[in-house]
Design a protein around this ligand. Structure first.
Ligand SMILES: [Zn+2]
Length: 311
């Protein structure tokens, strides 16, 4: 089969590799469509400490395809919690000690979903749900988890910094949790799209909750600067930043992180996509074949959000 392999930063190669052979419980999926995401773009440019294992590594983790054994359309998350480690027993399945290795290899004709994932986080796709929309289940599950982590509630004002695909999904998830959602930043056409995902444009100053979905140090600082006294800032990505501990102390700010997802959120995300509550398909702005992924990630067009990759 054809598969895209990541050989190192900036080096993606389309290669002929053996089609995987499923063992007991494994599910072999014929990929119908895979989606690019921001993590792929980051990993393409500089490698990724968590996402990718030994090189060359299979690449891509958002997909919808057909279970070769049963013929049903399926999606799967890129991991599943073990249910036995200390974080799992505490109910923090997103921090499971046995999530690795994460599932990669959606940019290929076939992907083997191992038993440890297929048993808990492989789901049939509801009839009538567009495959490229269903393939958004994993990032949307992360967003639903983030909204939980930020303890977003009815009537709160939630500012989302960044109107990329994750920012827009966070807007929808916060709106669904009953919040008044403000989309901060971005170009005019992105702000217009934000209204379709339940948000109004604004500066976010004084919000109860501020969620950072840009991934820059400037945005992390802005997020801490915008939140009201007593409010919560949620970091959806991170490296290092300096924090104004004066505000942290005198204004009792809460800073939180959110990582990954849980099986419950994966199910909720698929149901949210199937609900048709938002024009999810508008998050997919481009279509490419396997041979077009590297060029797209190296030099994304200005109107690019996500690309559908058809093997
Ligand atoms: Zn675990």
């Amino acid at each position: 089969m054809k598969a895209l392999l990541f050989h190192g930063p900036g080096d993606l190669r389309l290669e002929e590799v053996p089609t995987p052979e499923p063992g007991p419980g494994d599910v072999l999926v014929q990929i119908e469509v895979a989606l690019t995401d921001g993590t792929d773009a980051k990993a393409f440019r500089r490698g990724h400490p968590v996402l990718l294992g030994d090189l060359p590594s299979p690449f891509g983790h958002e997909f919808c395809g057909v279970d070769v054994a049963t013929g049903r359309r399926v999606v799967a998350a890129n991991s599943a919690p073990c249910g036995r480690c200390a974080p799992c027993e505490r109910g923090q399945e997103e921090l499971c000690e046995n999530l690795q290795p994460l599932l990669n290899g959606a940019y290929a004709e076939f992907l083997l979903v191992p038993e440890r994932i297929s048993a808990r986080n492989l789901l049939p796709v509801p009839d009538g749900l567009d495959s490229k929309v269903a393939a958004m289940v994993e990032p949307l599950a992360c967003c639903l988890h983030g909204i939980d982590r930020a303890e977003v509630g009815t009537g709160q004002t939630v500012a989302i910094l960044g109107v990329g695909p994750i920012g827009l999904m966070l807007c929808a998830a916060a709106r669904d949790a009953g919040a008044n959602v403000i989309a901060v930043g971005g170009r005019p056409e992105r702000r217009a799209l934000a209204s379709e995902f339940g948000a109004a444009p604004g500066d976010g100053r004084g919000a109860d909750v501020v969620i950072e979905a840009v991934g820059s140090e400037e945005a992390w600082r802005d997020a801490v600067g915008l939140v009201r006294p007593g409010g919560t800032v949620l970091f959806f990505g991170g490296r290092e930043m300096a924090v104004d501990t004066f505000r942290l102390h005198y204004e009792e700010l809460t800073l939180r992180g959110a990582f990954h997802h849980t099986p419950a959120k994966v199910r909720a995300a698929l149901a949210f996509l199937a609900s048709g509550a938002h024009p999810w398909h508008r998050l997919v702005t481009h279509e490419v074949g396997l041979d077009g992924v590297a060029t797209l990630l190296a030099d994304p067009p200005p109107d690019y959000l996500k690309a559908a990759v058809y093997p």
